[in-house]
Each structure stands twice: as C-alpha cells, then as structure tokens.
Design a protein around this ligand. Structure first.
Ligand code: MEV
Length: 339
C-alpha cells in the first residue's frame, strides 16, 4: 500500500476497522502464519484540542484518559502539540476478540501522525503495533495490521500474498511479514459470547501450553492450515476455507483456549455453517462463522438463540483513515472546546 496518512490539524476525525482472525491466532505470536479479515465494523474518533496545560480527556474524562493504556502509550510516544479531547464511538464490543484495542490504537495513531505532518502507512503500522504491544505487554502485529491496512491479510515469518510491510520481532525471532490476499467477497457471521476475554492472560497461558512435548507440532499444524487457507482464499474455494476453519478449531481446543460459552455458540451453528471457529485470543470473546450463501441470517438467529450476540459482517477494504472535521487542516489550538 503506497498511500500516506495525510497531514491534519485539529479538530479531526479518524476511523479504523476491527478484525476477525480466520486462521492462525496464537501461533502467529510465535511467527507462524495467520490470516486476518478487517471488518466493516470499527471505531470512530473525534479529536479536538484543549487549551492550556491540562491533561487530555477521553469521552470528557481525564480519569478515563489516564486509565486507558492504549491512549497513554500512544500519547507518550507521539506527544501532540496540546492536550486532546477524544470522543470515541465504537461498534466493536470491548474484549470481544474483534480488535477493539487495535482499532482504537490505529485510529489514534493515524491522528497523531497526521498532526505531526503525515506519515507513510508503513510507519503507522509499526507505531500502532508498538503502542498496542507496549500497552498489552505481549502479542503479534496481526490486529493492528488489519486496522491499518484493511482487507484480507496474511501475517507471519512466511506471509503469502502481495507484500505490504515487515515488522520487527523481539528475542531474535524472524520479523513478521504482512501481505495482502484477495477478498472473496463473502458474508461472514461473528458471534460474541458476551464473555470478555483478557488477551494477555490467554496468550501467556498458551505460551506455557506450547512448552509441552506436542506444542511445537501443534503450532506447525496451525501454520499448515493457515497456508492452505491462503490458497483456498485465493481460489475462492468456500468449501475448503470452511473445512480448514473447522480443522483450525480442533487445534485451538487443543491449545486450551475454548470456554463453555464458546462451545455453546459453536454447537448452535454446527449444522448451518460451512466452517466455524473461535476467533482471536479465546477464553471468552467470539466465534467466526462462514455460512452457506444466503444462510447468514439463519446463522445469526442460531447464535442469538444460544445467547450470543451475532454480527453479520463483510471485509472492510480500507484501513485506518484521518480527515479534518471542518474546513480543512487548522493550526494547533484551533477548535478548542474547553476555554
Ligand atoms: C489476538 O487477536 C490474537 C492472538 O494471536 C494474539 C496476538 O496475535 O497478538 C491471540
């Protein structure tokens, strides 16, 4: 992707999409290949400047701003010219496995880089990943990449598709490559359990799990599935994608990331889905379902009857974007809401 984040003064608006991981969550933390979809549901920010030496606010509250690690990390690494007032509206439930923190971080980082005079999208990808990783303490760039690039992506030391960028890993591990895959244009259904998950805790638990003798083989198998998934997506082969999702689900259960509410939702779509699996960290959060053509509402109803929250989604082709709110870029200090 060659487009840049444009320069922008205040006030401004930004948007970034959420995500669902189709193949390879957890294994991607170890550099294995994952496939992620950017979703046509996301997070919108409206940002204006505050006058004076005070602190930034989040939805009107300084306390909420101080308590938001993604906000604090982003402001620390890219200090804005003045305290900010951030208003956030998101369609992504928090801690649902749908990338709400990555969408927030990428949208905010796009705004901060816009205020600094603009940046390459690759820079946005790197800075969003660093900020999310610092705030979370663990993790791969899979969520922030989807929020920054949009579309369908492969992420890992091996990433089939059209190369977008490369992000450094720590501990001497190979860098993560990020590449674009074609969007087959299908409609997907996400089912949120309503049970919030804690990504860092689940990622650390999986880190322990894969130290068992069968751990490396499990991760390799997940990568094989993801690589076959890339081919199936390129071929637009719905049956193969569904079969591979079901296969990936078996590995995720082996990793120990399921939850009774996830099991309920999985059971509810068993007879309707071409494929279904947990998406994201697990331990709560959501499932992603590939329905048969035209079956999305029936799948949504089944999820709803099982007590989940269904979202019928498509891939969002665009990643994070920034635009001035009124009348084009303005000098810092313009558009103050607080005297
Ligand atoms: C979280 O959306 C996906 C995980 O693979 C963690 C990560 O990649 O950062 C579980």
């Amino acid at each position: 992707m060659t487009d840049r984040i444009p320069p922008s003064g205040l006030p401004l608006a930004s948007h970034a999409p959420g995500k669902a991981i189709l193949f390879g969550e957890h294994a991607v933390v170890f550099g294995k290949t994952a496939v992620v979809l950017a979703l046509d549901m996301g997070t919108d920010l409206e940002i204006s400047g505050l006058r004076g030496p005070g602190s930034s606010t989040y939805n009107g509250s300084e306390r909420a701003a101080r308590g938001n690690p993604y906000l604090q990390t982003s402001l620390r690494t890219h200090p804005p010219p003045q305290p900010l007032d951030l208003r956030c509206r998101s369609q992504l439930p928090r801690a649902s496995g749908l990338g709400s923190s990555a969408a927030f971080t990428a949208g905010l980082m796009a705004a901060l880089l816009g205020m600094e005079g603009g940046a390459e999208r690759t820079t946005l990808a790197l800075e969003s990943f660093r900020a999310e990783r610092q705030a979370q303490g663990v993790g791969s760039p899979v969520d922030t990449s989807a929020a920054v690039a949009g579309g369908v992506l492969s992420v890992g030391a091996r990433a089939p598709g059209d190369k977008l960028w490369e992000l450094p890993a720590e501990d001497g591990r190979p860098a993560w490559h990020v590449a674009r895959l074609p969007d087959p244009g299908w409609t997907w259904v996400v089912g949120f359990t309503g049970v919030p998950k804690d990504t860092a805790t689940v990622v650390r638990r999986v880190g322990e799990r894969v130290k068992a003798p069968d751990g490396p083989r499990l991760l390799e198998r997940i990568e094989e599935i993801a690589l076959q998934g890339c081919d199936a997506l390129r071929a637009g082969d719905r049956a193969a994608v569904g079969r591979l999702m079901n296969e990936n689900q078996r590995q995720l259960v082996e990793l120990g990331i399921s939850h009774p509410r996830l099991d309920d939702l999985m059971r509810s779509v068993e007879k309707l889905a071409v494929g279904a699996k947990i998406t994201g960290a697990g331990g709560g959060g959501s499932i992603i379902v590939l329905p048969g053509p035209g079956d999305e509402l029936r799948v949504g109803q089944a999820i709803s009857h099982a007590g989940g929250v269904p979202f019928v989604v498509k891939v969002a082709s665009r990643g994070a974007s920034v635009q001035p709110l009124t009348g084009g870029p303005q000098p810092p200090g313009a558009g103050n809401r607080r005297a």
